[in-house]
Write a protein that binds this ligand. Structure first.
Ligand code: SF4
Length: 419
């Protein structure tokens, strides 16, 4: 089975990448003909302003993939921008893709929503607004009243998200009037509300994404997949609309001209999301990630900073591992079932302190990372040799991609001028 999958080079890989993507690739490469690519053009779709780190990010990705065991003897590894045919095919596809398919693509709107919501939340929480002083909108009263401490701010975030969701997806575009009204009802000072709204309305938040490249990136993605006539594409649930779009583009092309492209199917990958050390999604921009390249000390420090059960204030308070990120991590890194059960019981009976519990975890994460660290060192010392793997892969892909392009040009009756 031919499988194509790519990753944007946004910096060193962290544990979230490993358990969300790499682990799955390691399995797939065993039984399939895999093409894994560094999607550097995709990195430009939302990070076009500052490209100074791009080359270094690509290098780090090469090191991380290989150190994790992505194997060039089992999979073809390449760099997207080295195969110009992807861009040519994306251009041809852009001729036949109705604009509405892209504008309606949920992930386009959702990404914009997430960016703007994240900004609003960070801005408001950064102002240290006191939610408990806020008279919330009527229907929120009871829930907020019952909530206490950290839970309260969590509930506030949920309401804020819902309010912004309503404003963002309103019939008339983003309804800032509604948003203003709700924020004032939360009891947030008018000055802060006005500042937040004017930054959203007039500032750069989300505007970065108002480019042709960003709108059309699913078309480039379709080209990435179809140019190799992939049969399967591993994706998370949120990426399913993209695969559907790829299938629609293939169908449209085949109907308009000639049967060239197979319609690929999605392989839904298991959701193995590992939260960051603060409980939010693990991300470089939240500064909450544990990197595959982190040293032992860095891991120890980060694990010590991890959030725990918020209700457990003193060591003598019984804890609840079900609501503790540290325990979520234990479930992945602490392989000894007995020990895992023991931690659970001891936590519930206040027989183990969070610091000791974290020490065990840090040790186990370090055990997991040690072979990756060693391999990383070896690759870094001979980087050119390992980069060559990607160069060879890219050259191989050029040939394959050119074969498909010949068929596509021919189907569209374009001149095909050979050297
Ligand atoms: S003892 Fe461990 S599992 Fe329990 S609350 Fe503390 S860190 Fe979490």
């Amino acid at each position: 089975m031919r499988i194509v999958s790519g990753m944007r080079p946004t910096g060193k890989l962290h544990l979230g990448h490993y358990f969300g993507v790499i682990k799955n690739w390691l399995k797939l490469q065993e039984e399939n003909e895999c093409f894994f690519f560094i999607a550097d053009w995709h990195a430009l779709t939302n990070r076009y302003k500052d490209t100074k780190d791009l080359k270094e990010n690509i290098r780090q990705m090469i090191i991380d993939w290989l150190a994790c065991g992505i194997d060039p003897n089992k999979a073809t590894l390449f760099i997207q921008s080295g195969v110009k045919q992807h861009a040519e095919l994306a251009l041809l596809f852009s001729m036949i893709t109705p604009k509405s398919w892209l504008e309606l693509n949920p992930s386009y709107k959702d990404l914009k929503f997430n960016l703007m919501y994240q900004y609003l939340k960070d801005f408001l929480l950064g102002k240290k607004i006191k939610v408990n002083q806020a008279p919330p909108p009527e229907s929120y009263d009871e829930a907020l009243e019952k909530a206490t401490g950290k839970q309260k701010s969590k509930i506030f975030e949920e309401y804020l998200r819902e309010a912004f969701h309503r404003a963002f997806y309103s019939q008339k575009g983003i309804d800032f009037e509604y948003l203003r009204e709700v924020l004032l009802k939360f009891g947030i000072q008018r000055k802060i509300v006005e500042e937040a709204i004017s930054n959203l309305e007039e500032g750069d938040v989300g505007k970065d994404l108002d480019t042709l490249g960003f709108l059309a990136y699913p078309v480039l993605q379709a080209a990435d997949i179809l140019i190799y006539k992939a049969q399967k594409v591993p994706v998370g649930e949120d990426q399913l609309p993209h695969i559907e779009l790829t299938r629609e583009i293939a169908r449209r092309f085949n109907n308009l001209y000639k049967e060239v492209f197979p319609e690929p199917e999605a392989i839904l990958t298991e959701e193995a999301k590992l939260p960051g050390i603060d409980g939010r999604k693990m991300s470089k921009s939240y500064n909450n990630a544990i990197y595959l390249s982190d040293s032992e000390d860095e891991v120890n420090q980060k694990v010590l900073q991890m959030k725990t059960d918020p209700q457990r204030v003193k060591k003598t308070d019984p804890g609840n591992p079900d609501v503790c990120i540290v325990y979520d991590y234990h479930k992945i890194f602490t392989k000894d079932e007995e020990l895992l059960k023991e931690i659970d019981t001891k936590c519930r009976n206040a027989e183990i302190g969070c610091v000791d519990c974290k020490k065990i975890l840090a040790e186990n994460i370090n055990k997991f990372l040690q072979p990756i660290r060693e391999k990383r060192k070896e690759i870094e010392a001979n980087l050119q040799e390992y980069e060559k793997i990607f160069i060879d892969g890219t050259l191989k892909c050029r040939k394959l991609a050119e074969e498909t392009m010949k068929e596509a040009r021919d189907a569209m009756n374009l001149y095909d001028i050979e050297e």
